[in-house]
Design a binder for this molecule. Structure first.
Ligand code: AMP
Ligand code: GLY
Length: 430
């Protein structure tokens, strides 16, 4: 694979994930310029933030500036088909097609797909019919899982402790009261009890590479309390996924999915993110697929990219040119822990902007990925949501965790919220 120097890359998105992607590219000397659309106050350290009023403006900009390729970070543009639009205009894109993005964009599509290929997943019914839904709910033992079919920014899953509550919520969902049109069709599932893993496969349509298994922390507060969020911290590799478990996930979930997509003429070219629940059946641990996403996770991306020895640039070209098989992707023998620092009212509401103070952290092996921040007149402000993520790197899990929390100690802004137990399941294990 020949990759020219002076690469110009446009990254779509504005989160910590896109900051991390930009940071990974910026470490490659072949990368000359990085644009972010729209980016955030932190991505200004890495490149230039741009914004457009229409697809046409975006395409004209890419062609005029001779941008080598576009990296699409978040799910919404992928599900809406941005990669197809750009490819049609002759632009190289890292990001799955609209058809492949249905694995994330429609839970009903995803569940039907995985059942066609006998991929282990929770028993389910997808329907828009209240009576059918009610019948199925009555057959399940609570807690009962209800999912909106469409995208809901990670909020479309409800876990209800009783049949009565499940039926009430079902009615709200089908009537469009809780998630609008996204829940006009619902998926009802049996509850799986176990621990979760995030597994990423980078795929070029045929070949794929697996990244080390990671673990996210979805609840806002320490001890897995409080509401669900986009993710409050992650770490990798996790001792909760040994080689045997990874092989099971690969053989029973990743391989049949990629083969199935090929068979259905929707080759998967991008990042396949499998949300896995590991369940104990008769004393044997078995992986079940909870969800697919068609992109890097946030905050998983921030803790996985620092573990790559091979440049992300080579990986992207391997995928875009369907030549991943020619690349030997190497990892560093390190651990990475990321602790999200969010604003006061996250995930319910916006928060008052507040000035961020960061003390010198040269003595700590790690860095900060910026997300909900602005930068004006030399002042970095927390503007809401997940504000930043402190990344600690180490030779072992405990070292990485220590560095991540040492970094958190260098940060100050009004109302900051973070969990003090990121990686607790791993700590129990080591
Ligand atoms: P999803 O967006 O489908 O991954 O669901 C969000 C979160 O809900 C997951 O990360 C799990 O914590 C939980 N969840 C989803 N489906 C189930 C299930 N069938 N059993 C137990 N927990 C679930
Ligand atoms: N961290 C979970 C997600 O990105 O969906």
């Amino acid at each position: 694979m020949k990759i020219n120097s002076s690469q110009k890359i446009l990254i779509i998105g504005n989160g910590g994930r896109e900051y991390a992607i930009g940071k990974a590219f910026s470490q490659d000397i072949r990368v000359d310029k990085i644009y972010f659309y729209p980016g955030n106050g932190g991505t200004l350290q890495l490149g230039e933030n741009v914004s457009f009023k229409s697809d046409k403006e975006l395409i004209d900009f890419i062609l005029f500036h001779q941008i080598n390729f576009v990296f699409i970070g978040p799910e919404i543009p992928l599900v809406q088909g941005m990669s197809d639009t750009l490819r049609k205009a002759g632009i190289k894109v890292f990001g799955v097609s609209k058809k492949a993005a249905r694995l994330e964009g429609s839970k009903a599509f995803m569940k039907d797909f995985v059942s066609r290929f006998n991929i282990p997943t929770a028993k389910y019914l997808q329907t828009s019919d209240f009576t059918k839904a009610k019948e199925f709910i009555t057959l399940l033992t609570p807690p009962i899982v209800l999912k909106a079919d469409g995208l809901c920014a990670g909020k479309g899953v409800l876990i209800l402790p009783t049949h009565k509550q499940a039926l009430e919520e079902l009615k709200n969902m089908l009537e469009g009261k809780s998630f609008g049109d996204a829940a006009k069709c619902v998926v009802i599932e049996e509850f799986l009890d176990g621990y979760e893993l995030s597994v990423f496969a980078i795929c070029d349509g045929e070949e794929y590479v697996l990244l080390p298994a990671s673990q996210d922390h979805k609840r806002l507060l320490s001890g897995d309390r409080g509401p669900n969020t986009g993710g409050m911290g992650a770490y990798a590799p996790t001792p909760l996924c040994d080689e045997k478990m990874m092989k099971k996930i690969e053989d029973s979930i990743i391989k049949p999915t990629l083969k199935g997509m090929q068979e259905e003429n929707v080759p998967f070219c991008g990042v396949l993110f499998a949300g896995i629940m590991v369940v104990k059946n008769n004393n044997i641990l078995e992986p079940y697929l909870l969800e697919f996403n068609v992109r890097f996770g946030d905050p998983e991306c921030e803790i996985l990219l620092p573990l790559l020895k091979t440049s992300l640039l080579d990986i992207c070209y391997g995928v875009m040119e369907h030549k991943l098989g020619l690349l030997k992707i190497e990892l560093l023998n390190k651990y990475c822990v990321g602790v999200v620092v969010a604003s006061k009212n996250y995930p319910y509401d916006s928060s008052e902007p507040s000035v961020i103070r960061i003390d010198d952290f040269n003595d700590i092996l790690g860095h900060i990925c910026f997300a909900g921040v602005s930068f004006k007149d030399g002042v970095l402000m927390a503007t809401g949501g997940r504000v930043l993520i402190c990344i600690g790197i180490g030779d072992d899990f405990e070292g990485a965790r220590k560095n991540a929390y040492a970094l958190v100690g260098k940060i100050q802004f009004d109302g900051m919220v973070y969990r003090d137990d990121i990686g607790f399941r791993a700590l129990r294990n080591v």
